[in-house]
Design a protein around this ligand. Structure first.
Ligand SMILES: Cc1cc2nc3c(=O)[nH]c(=O)nc-3n(C[C@H](O)[C@H](O)[C@H](O)COP(=O)(O)OP(=O)(O)OC[C@H]3O[C@@H](n4cnc5c(N)ncnc54)[C@H](O)[C@@H]3O)c2cc1C
Length: 272
């Protein structure tokens, strides 16, 4: 179900003035996928600039607001900002955030940051993006940025989840990109989405690192993950980051950063 800004409701305590360190933005659209996942859009401050793949801190208005890191899922040219979120039972932010409605206010700190940016990679021909769960959010930004297609011949987005229903956001992205007037033509034939599940059978079943180790990922992509030509980005749980980092290093990939671009970069999708 998608809710749009024309629908109103009792707002979530947005009468407070935002601190100077924050923008106060208005929720315009919400879509719930499962009991644990949703996405929303909000207005974008005119002065707010970011690089596709970066994250910001967001919170809800309150006298002691809780701020959490969120990857911006929309690309840097977009008029509005999209976020893709988990709903953690009892979570200090998401227990409330999951109930936002169009017209509500979100506070957003002014400075974006992050390592999942194309500038942190040396030039290559293919860009692989490995995500588990909400770790797909920064890649939703990158695959919708025309610059990604100027820098790489091919983009391969790989998402692992527990259940098939959790792949809905990725599948929606793939479907909507084809019709996108700005990026659709760039992405045609050059973006591939590969999904895998761990707790339910699907076209590919197993952890991403297992699917890489036994060759299924490269077969599905019809490509070899090779540091001579390929670059990679990883966003997920600590366990996935560590395992995938090891797998890439074993193939000769060198980890990079904003200060020292190299073959691959990583970022935690959450703390804990
Ligand atoms: C760099 C960075 C970028 C992030 N980007 C996103 C994003 O785009 N979307 C998003 O939903 N979250 C993202 N997170 C996580 C986010 O900051 C919050 O942790 C999350 O919104 C839950 O907030 P909370 O206050 O409800 O619970 P918290 O107290 O923050 O979390 C409680 C517990 O829930 C689990 N958890 C938290 N977030 C996740 C998650 N995303 N996936 C799986 N388990 C989780 C962890 O075990 C954590 O200890 C990001 C975190 C970091 C560090």
């Amino acid at each position: 179900m998608t809710l749009h800004a024309t629908q109103t409701h009792d707002s979530l305590g947005d009468a407070l003035a935002a601190p100077d360190s924050c923008f106060a933005e208005t929720v315009t659209e919400i879509e719930h996928y499962t009991d644990g996942l949703f996405r929303f859009r909000m207005t974008r401050p005119a002065s707010f600039r970011f690089r596709s793949g970066e994250f910001v801190m967001i919170g809800l208005p309150g006298t002691a607001p809780v701020f959490r890191a969120y990857s911006i899922a929309s690309p840097n040219w977009d008029d509005t900002l999209e976020f893709y979120s988990i709903k953690v039972p009892g979570g200090p932010l998401t227990e409330r955030l999951q109930h936002i409605r169009p017209g509500d206010t979100i506070w957003m700190r002014r400075k974006p940051t992050g390592t999942l940016v194309i500038d942190a990679l040396v030039p290559g021909r293919q860009l692989w993006m490995f995500a588990t769960g909400t770790g797909i959010a920064p890649f939703a930004s990158i695959i919708r940025d025309p610059e990604s297609y100027e820098k790489f011949d091919r983009l391969i987005l790989v998402q692992g989840c527990r259940h098939v229903a959790e792949l809905a956001y990725a599948r929606g992205l793939g479907a909507s990109l084809g019709d996108d007037p700005l990026v659709g033509a760039f992405a045609a034939g050059r973006l591939q989405l590969i999904t895998a599940t761990t707790r339910e059978d699907s076209a590919m079943t197993g952890r991403l690192t297992s699917c890489l180790a036994d060759g299924r990922l490269e077969t599905a992509a019809d490509a070899t993950l090779d540091p001579a030509t390929d670059r990679a980005m990883i966003c997920g749980s600590m366990a996935m980051l560590n395992d995938m980092r090891e797998a890439l290093q074993a193939r000769g990939f060198v980890e990079g950063s904003n200060a020292r671009p190299a073959d691959f970069v990583i970022e935690k999708a959450f703390v804990g």
